[in-house]
Design a protein around this ligand. Sequence first.
Ligand code: AMP
Ligand code: ZN
Length: 114
Amino acid sequence: MSECLFCRIVAGKLPTTILYEDDRLVAFEDISPRAPTHILIVPRRHVATLNDLAPEDHGLVGEMVWRAAALAKERGIAEAGYRTVFNCNREAGQTVFHIHLHLLGGRTLAWPPG
Ligand code: AMP
Ligand code: ZN
């Protein structure tokens, strides 16, 4: 999957601001932030969309959400509030087909999203 953008980031082949990494996850700054905090949390394993998750990925997704909450606390936005988003496929606006959890905060976020 060397052509996958986020696989290349996970492999350290693209310059990125890494905020957290372990043997399963990497978190980095979104290159085109939509809010003062806009972080992407991705699994090291290539999974194209949420539709491609396997039963054994339950723990992985839980770790992604838990990591988003931890990063929100680190950024000081946890109490004010933040949003976590997985976009899945075209109508939701997914553009990179390696699952990623957006962590957005640092401003008031409109609801519902566009
Ligand atoms: P989505 O539209 O949900 O697939 O989100 C993809 C996100 O990846 C967008 O918010 C982009 O700004 C972000 N993105 C694209 N290329 C890079 C990159 N090289 N480094 C960091 N974020 C990126
Ligand atoms: Zn990938």
